[in-house]
Design a protein around this ligand. Structure first.
Ligand code: DGL
Length: 257
């Protein structure tokens, strides 16, 4: 299958990486809208327009399926886009359900962009799943800029997260949701801050399961190509950063710890 994956930037690589590991028999077109990132500080209408442009570009390339590997784009655009296109559109939403299951009765902290947390889609999800008032939310919008600027300095991120979390009692939480695809790039920092045993949950595995369910034929030419906001991306700092993330995120995490 020819699968188009879009994100505001490099965050969706955390999903692509899972796909390349578990579903290597497909062709992937990855659209990083880094020229327009971050999405999380824009209005719903702006994010809808950017997401619709990315999807139109990928559809033009004759993809068989679209993946919005971006919680923010999904919350702002998936409903309308599904009305416009016949092909499957897989979206993402913060992984609250698995996080509740892993919380051992303790509280759940959902982190995401400000826009995701503000959308009716998210409020409806909470209304449906948070029966015991166990879930708290925290926007961590700036993490997207750190990632897009290639700032993966462990101590810088740790200091930022500590400031953001200073008002919370971290021992209350059984699980933390990384509800933005950029955040798993900093998973090691979350693990370093929260008490041992806190589950740090993201949506990459669940999303790949959804993709697998739709991907019912293989590609004769499995490969991955990259696009930067509508232009082929074949070289340069962003291309190199993408290759590093796809091959070495785990190594980076281990080195920094
Ligand atoms: N990666 C995106 C998400 O999952 C959003 C990042 C942004 O703010 O651009 O929400």
């Amino acid at each position: 299958m020819r699968i188009g994956i879009m994100d505001s930037g490099i965050g969706g690589l955390t999903v692509l990486k899972e796909c390349l590991t578990r579903l290597p028999e497909h062709e992937y077109l990855y659209y990083a809208d880094s020229n327009n990132a971050p999405y999380g500080v824009k209005s719903q209408q702006e994010v809808y327009a950017l997401t619709a442009a990315a999807v139109a570009f990928l559809v033009e390339k004759e993809v068989d399926m679209i993946v919005l590997a971006c919680n923010t784009a999904t919350s702002a655009a998936v409903k309308q886009l599904r009305q416009q296109y016949q092909i499957p559109i897989v979206g993402m939403e913060p992984a609250i359900k698995p996080a509740l299951a892993l919380s051992r009765g303790k509280r759940v902290l959902v982190t995401a962009t400000a826009l995701t947390l503000d959308q009716p889609k998210f409020k409806a999800l909470i209304g449906q799943l948070d029966r015991h008032g166990q879930v708290d939310f925290l926007p961590l919008t700036e993490l997207v800029a750190f990632a897009e600027n290639g700032d993966f300095d462990f101590n810088t991120i740790l200091t930022y997260l500590k400031e953001k979390l200073v008002h919370l009692d971290l021992t209350l939480y059984g699980s933390v949701v990384l509800g933005c695809t950029h955040f798993p790039l900093f998973k090691a920092c979350f693990e370093a801050i929260f008490p041992k045993g806190t589950a740090i949950v993201d949506g990459a595995v669940g999303t790949t399961n959804r993709i697998k369910a739709f991907a019912n034929f293989t590609s004769p030419t499995p490969k991955t190509t990259f696009f930067l906001s509508g232009e082929p991306l074949l070289e340069g700092p962003l291309f190199n950063s993408i290759q590093t993330i796809l091959t070495k995120v785990d190594a980076w995490e281990q080195k920094e710890q």
